[in-house]
Write a new protein. Sequence first.
Length: 136
Amino acid sequence: MQASGVVEWRWGCNQVRVAAYLDPEVVLYQAPGLPFTGTGTWRGRDGMEQFLAAFSEVWESMEFLEQEHWGDGDTVVVRNRVRFRARATGQEIETLIVQLITVRNGRMLECRPFYWDPTAIAQACGSVLSHRAEQG
C-alpha cells in the first residue's frame, strides 16, 4: 500500500477498519488548547480510540468537502476542507486542516494536523473543554 492509501480513512469510520490503517505505535499530535485535544498527544491504537471518543463528544458531525494529498512512500501531506457542527452550540464551521502524516509499512505511524483557524473552532464549541491526560 502506498502512503496515499493511508489518508483515505476517515474519523468516525468502523474502528476495525480504521485500525487496519494504523501502525501499532501510531502517535497523533494534536495542537494543545483545542476543545478536543487534551495535551495534544495520543499514542497507540487505544490512544486513537480515546481521541476519537473525545472528538465525538465535541463534534456532532464532520463532513469532508474536499481532500487533496501529496507525498512519497513514507510521507504524505493532506489538505482537507471540512465542515464541523459543534454539539454544545449547534454552530457549523467550515475550515481547512493540513495533516503531515508519516507512514511505516503502509500504515499511519504519525499524524500532525494543523487547523487554519483554531480560535474559530474553539468558539464554535462554546464552553466545551477537554482536560485529558496524555494518552499511553
